[in-house]
Design a protein around this ligand. Structure first.
Ligand code: GTP
Ligand code: MG
Length: 139
């Protein structure tokens, strides 16, 4: 069965939304298989967001994702990658659908990078790559 990497980003942890995010994913029916609170260093952040290297928001993105502790989790279930991205909502929280995590809990704060509370892998290949970054011991 499929797995995805979920992050509660530093803005979500700072705002005390970790439990709320995990609750929504568990309530949907996906199974939690790994969980850790950690602070990313610059190298790990750059590895995570390698696909965005060279883009104008890359540096602000690294600054943001390393700005405080985040929560990394792995969830498992049939079509969980697609299912979690649906629960998370659109990247831009201003237009993310109400009912989604970003639509209900995030907004535009006028910062250089969009603070949108969560990350979820976007494909099976990304999921395998990202899970290996955060949980190298996970089979
Ligand atoms: P992640 O779960 O963080 O990967 O978000 P996503 O998959 O919804 O979006 P994507 O991977 O395309 O972008 C990663 C992050 O970069 C986003 O969450 C935003 O914080 C930021 N980002 C993406 N596109 C833009 C953009 O056009 N402008 C700005 N300022 N930030 C962006
Ligand atoms: Mg992404």
């Amino acid at each position: 069965t499929e797995r995805t990497l979920v992050l509660v980003k530093p803005d979500g942890v700072e705002r005390g939304l970790t439990g709320e995010v995990l609750r929504r994913i568990e309530a949907k029916g996906y199974r939690l298989v790994a969980l850790e609170l950690r602070q990313l260093d610059r190298e790990t952040a750059a590895r995570h967001y390698a696909e965005h290297e060279g883009k104008p928001f890359f540096e602000p993105l690294l600054e943001f994702i390393t700005s405080g502790p985040l929560v990394a989790a792995v969830f498992e279930g049939q079509r969980v990658i697609e299912g979690f991205r649906s629960i998370a909502g659109a990247t831009d929280p201003t237009v993310a659908a109400p009912g989604s995590i970003r639509g209900d809990l995030a907004r535009d704060w006028g910062r250089k990078v969009i603070a949108n509370i969560v990350h979820g892998s976007d494909s099976p290949e990304s999921a395998a790559r990202e899970i290996a970054i955060y949980f190298p011991g996970l089979a």
